[in-house]
Design a protein around this ligand. Structure first.
Ligand SMILES: [Zn+2]
Length: 235
């Protein structure tokens, strides 16, 4: 029986999903701002198939109120299974300096609490790698979510850090040849798949595409993706 775990989604996409359907047995559920941290933690507490992340997404940095970082620290300490996400930097959205400040602080919090950080990066790969470099040996494990950057960036990050690369439905577009090269470049133990904001049900299709790109039989690829996700989660 083929099993899948969705390495990155949001509560709206999996709230009504019946885990077990189509072999989809688990999901990592990210939040985007303080106002949904409690909901995602509660959701994961009710559903053993779900692992929760709390974070401030770069699009919502202006919703962060004073003391957000103390609150994040407290929730992580109270809940050892909780991870940090979705966090990151996005050049296509405003307040970049505030984004960078909040992202860097969240990376430190992830590191201090020894949690995985689930990262969104758009148009700011050099700056992201500078943040990583400055963290040095304190870098937490990271998941580069909905990865669409170049094979060179895969290599640069994979060489230095405990990093996973998670691919979304973008891989289903046959015209995205550069992305397909990136999929083929990731080390076999470091690939994940996700639906992000799309329907949970497309996860097996994404798995099939990744298998085709990597010229691996689908059953074998699905098993690898499942095991990679379990390893990323520390299981
Ligand atoms: Zn997301």
């Amino acid at each position: 029986m083929v099993r899948y775990i969705n390495a990155h989604c949001h509560i709206d996409g999996c709230r009504n999903f019946v885990f077990g359907t189509d072999g989809i047995v688990g999901a990592v559920c990210n939040s985007t701002q303080m106002s949904n941290w409690d909901a995602v933690v509660k959701f994961a507490a009710e559903k053993p198939a779900v692992r929760a992340c709390i974070g401030i997404h770069p699009w919502y940095v202006n919703t962060a109120t004073a003391g957000w970082d103390a609150q994040m620290n407290k929730m992580l300490r109270e809940n050892p299974a909780l991870m940090v996400g979705e966090i990151g930097i996005d050049k296509t959205h405003p307040d970049f300096s505030r984004q960078l400040e909040i992202f860097t602080r969240q990376m430190e919090i992830a590191a201090e609490n020894n949690r995985v950080a689930h990262i969104h990066c758009v148009g700011a790969w050099d700056i992201l790698q500078n943040v990583f470099a400055e963290m040095g040996t304190h870098m937490p494990r990271v998941v580069m979510h909905a990865f669409v950057a170049t094979p060179e960036i895969v290599r640069a990050i994979a060489r230095k850090y405990d990093a996973y690369f998670s691919f979304s439905d973008a891989v289903m577009d046959s015209r995205r040849t550069r992305l397909h090269r990136a999929v083929a470049t990731v080390g076999v133990g470091r690939i994940l798949i996700e639906t992000d904001d799309a329907q949970m049900e497309i996860l097996p299709k994404i798995s099939e595409c990744v298998a085709n790109i990597r010229r691996t039989p689908h059953d074998e690829m699905a098993r690898i993706l499942y095991e990679n996700t379990m390893c990323m989660l520390g299981k």
